[in-house]
Design a protein around this ligand. Structure first.
Ligand code: CA2
Length: 152
């Protein structure tokens, strides 16, 4: 079975527990279930990972090749700062979709720029948690179109 890797960055473990005005009431477990359900509909499985640490996110991207056919990544605040994550995305042959729950473009100026978008296959912003479903659908379509096989 083909596999997607879902990676969530810093503070996203707090989803649904704080700041519901910005990020909604749904939890990270809800996000994981949504992506798993979306993937299953198309015959894919999902491996999931969350970390608050930049290097751990780099490690996961580096180790994804052979394990997954593509990556859904919410890099959270590292979106706006991380050359290390950008380099890891650049170096992988896997398609990476950047996703943001909030509309980063109608928030503070520092959130308007993504260090990662230029090296990602696509970007989804501002659709709340539903954005993860859109990201999964777009990623699987791309994987099929490119004839990617993946997996152990
Ligand atoms: O909108 C997004 O998905 C973001 O990636 C979320 C990041 C933010 O730094 C990006 O600019 C946009 C922040 C994630 C923090 O998540 C929390 C969730 C609940 C409570 C507190 C933080």
């Amino acid at each position: 079975m083909k596999r997607l890797l879902l990676i969530n960055g810093p503070n996203l473990n707090m989803l649904g527990k704080r700041e519901p005005d910005k990020y909604g009431h749904q939890t990270l477990a809800d996000v994981v279930q949504l992506v798993k359900d979306t993937a299953w509909e198309q015959g894919y499985e999902v491996e999931t990972y969350q970390s608050n640490h930049e290097g751990d996110l780099v490690d996961q991207i580096q180790m994804a090749e052979g394990r997954a056919a593509g990556i859904i990544l919410n890099p959270a605040a590292y979106t706006h700062t991380s050359i290390a994550i950008r380099d890891a995305i650049s170096a992988t042959t896997l398609p990476v979709i950047e996703i943001h729950i909030s509309n980063v473009h109608n928030r503070e100026d520092f959130r308007h720029h993504s260090m990662l978008a230029p090296v990602c296959a696509g970007q989804i912003v501002g659709f709340g948690i539903d954005g993860y479903r859109l990201a999964a659908l777009g990623l699987m379509k791309k994987i099929e179109k490119e004839g990617r096989t993946a997996n152990e």
